[in-house]
Design a protein around this ligand. Sequence first.
Ligand SMILES: Cc1cc2nc3c(=O)[nH]c(=O)nc-3n(C[C@H](O)[C@H](O)[C@H](O)COP(=O)(O)OP(=O)(O)OC[C@H]3O[C@@H](n4cnc5c(N)ncnc54)[C@H](O)[C@@H]3O)c2cc1C
Length: 394
Amino acid sequence: MIERDYLIVGAGTAGFSACEGIRQHDKKGSITMVGNELHAPYERPALSKAFLQKSHPHPHEFCYHAADWFVKHKVDLRLGTFITQFNIERHLAVLGTGQTIHFDRAVLATGSRALRPQVAGYDLGNIIYLRTMADALALREMTPLEDGVTIVGGGLLAAEVAASLTLTKRKVTMLSRDVALWQHLVDPVTAEWLTTYFKAKGVTMHLRDDVSGFEGKTIVKNIQTKNGGRHTVSLVIVAIGSEMNLGLVRNTPLATPKGSPVNEYLETEEKGIYSVGDIALFPDKIYGGVRRETHWEHAKQSGLVAGGNITGRKRTKYEYLPHYSSKLFDLEFEFVGDFQLPPVRVVTEGAREKRSFVLKYMSGDKLRAAVLCNRKPAEVEAVKKHIRGDYTGK
Ligand SMILES: Cc1cc2nc3c(=O)[nH]c(=O)nc-3n(C[C@H](O)[C@H](O)[C@H](O)COP(=O)(O)OP(=O)(O)OC[C@H]3O[C@@H](n4cnc5c(N)ncnc54)[C@H](O)[C@@H]3O)c2cc1C
């Protein structure tokens, strides 16, 4: 039996940040971080952007630190290893290797996996669900072998992958059930403008149609659609969303359909066990209620805060104003605020045609969220301040 002060389950951004947070306040406590991926913690957002756009990307370029960082900071990092059992009462975790860790305190940072459509043929060869470095490496190897790429989905990730592959001169087709790209994120006029922008860049669009099945004997050859269409394909990327990895704690109060509930310190109802990143369902100190966010900045911040708190030498309440970025061709977007409600009243500043604008999503008199396209960082900060002022009075 291995004895540890801290166990971190999952070696993504949130797990890694928790590790950093612990080491900022406790230099000596023993830490084991276990992750089932093969690569040291890396910047996942790059997988749909810089990684795909580079001619010879190497995984190491995207890792937060080389292996010696973990040695230097006395972190026992176990990669390529699943935790298969997590016993909350006994504070025990069983690894896929058969070893058992008895921990004093733990951070759950198991993140998400790509959503698979429940249709025939979803697991055929040449269908990629882009989530991990291994998926991105497979994509890098396979795209040059095939005639073109078909991307299923019309949201953030699907659009980023389509833009990145188009920039590398791949023939890209998008298939989405929505009427326009980013339909659930921006107002209809902007969504239509963006879709036209993609078409002008050479992306073929099949909209208002959904996959009803994938055909092929060993690898995918056709996509059948609900409208009765049949598209010949050679390589497919499915980007239709993600779902939480909460299987380890299923049927416990640490897993609900909405996330892993935590208090304002990111601690679950089990003392000494924290949840961070994509899985955490945390009290929202800005908009009220509870919130779950599946973005990088939250993974980083929540990991750092929980890492500090778990040492007992720090007690920080988690307050997070959602903020994430996206890049499509020469359009750099910043999303600030709450996008969980559809945009009803949107005030537009600037001009889409000039590729520089701000969409302000209003809730009554309050600024609830904003999308900034090709604007200066100072404007992002001003929007954050405005939203905070409107919702917290601070
Ligand atoms: C291609 C792509 C592009 C993205 N782009 C952006 C972006 O531009 N901006 C943005 O804000 N967000 C982006 N995101 C989302 C962002 O990457 C996630 O919100 C963030 O990675 C969540 O971090 P996490 O550590 O909570 O979870 P994850 O990154 O999912 O890491 C969790 C890790 O735990 C491992 N794990 C799970 N269960 C176990 C187990 N039982 N044993 C061992 N290991 C386990 C998982 O395999 C994984 O390695 C993107 C996501 C993807 C996939």
